[in-house]
Ligand binder design. Structure first.
Ligand code: KIV
Length: 266
């Protein structure tokens, strides 16, 4: 089995072969998503919302990320595995940031992802110099949800676009191997993708990034109320799960399950 290495991701950009990334939070889904051929599994701090039921990512802790990264690593055999560094685990102190990143690698991640541009560039440089591969994340950075006045499209004005481009260039200079562009205009994402040598991975950033990422639970339609324009759902997951569980409920209540074939043979 051929493992996806950073050099393979870079080659994909150079060959204009789209990079496919998906979030993942446990070993069972990791096995399935990995076998389906995804290039990068992201243990996203979106787990605060889709696993923990919070309204944003701010309450996710290092312990949460280490726990889920360890689980995903057990199911992931081939894909590159990147883990999010949670809110305020890399901004306050460089030594703490390095130790936190190292703990995610010890849990099985191959790299870490941090949000922000020029403000985190020196931390990114220290991590990459320490041998920790880093993925950047600009545009809509959910850990800044309050500063950004909500989960909104970023880079709408010329000034804001220029800032996101500068942030992306600074991250590349600091040594990131790829950058997530979240919820930015397609034209800006295209310009950044052309200007950068490293791959860009878009979510809500249009068609011209070097790769795409989605939250797996959204792709599977597990939360049908969440319907942003950028999202395509590939399964009516919520209806299918509900139908299966309702059938189980009915069968147990009617004495139809367990049937004779489900009884252990002694
Ligand atoms: O946490 C996450 O799932 C993410 C993706 C949306 C890129 O950062």
């Amino acid at each position: 089995m051929k493992i996806v290495r950073l050099i393979d991701l870079q080659k994909k950009k150079e060959a204009r072969e789209p990079i496919v990334m998906l979030t993942c939070y446990d070993a069972t889904f990791a096995r399935l998503i990995d076998m389906a051929g995804v290039d990068i599994l992201l243990v996203g701090d979106s787990l605060g919302m889709v696993i923990q039921g919070a309204s944003n990512t701010l309450s996710v802790s290092m312990d949460d990320m280490v726990y889920h990264t360890r689980a995903v690593a057990r199911g992931c055999q081939r894909a590159h595995l990147v883990a999010d560094m949670p809110f305020m685990t890399y901004q306050t102190d460089l030594k703490v940031a390095l130790e936190n990143a190292a703990n995610l690698l010890r849990a099985g991640a191959h790299s870490v992802k941090v949000e922000g541009g020029r403000s985190v560039a020196s931390t990114v440089r220290a991590m990459t110099e320490a041998g920790i591969p880093v993925m950047g994340h600009v545009g809509l950075t959910p850990q800044s949800v309050h500063a950004l006045s909500g989960h909104r499209i970023q880079g709408r004005t010329e000034e804001a676009s220029a800032r996101i481009l500068e942030d992306s260039l600074a991250l590349q200079e600091a040594g990131v191997y790829a950058i997530v562009l979240e919820c930015v205009p397609e034209t800006l994402a295209q310009e950044i993708s052309t200007r950068l040598v490293i791959p860009t991975i878009g979510i809500g950033a249009g068609r011209f990034t070097d790769g795409q990422v989605l939250v797996s639970y959204d792709l599977l339609g597990l939360n049908p109320e969440f319907k942003p324009r950028f999202l395509k759902t590939y399964l009516n997951g919520a209806s299918l799960v509900m139908a299966a569980v309702e059938k189980y409920v009915t069968e147990v209540r009617h004495g139809e399950f367990p049937a004779q074939e489900h009884v252990s043979v002694i």
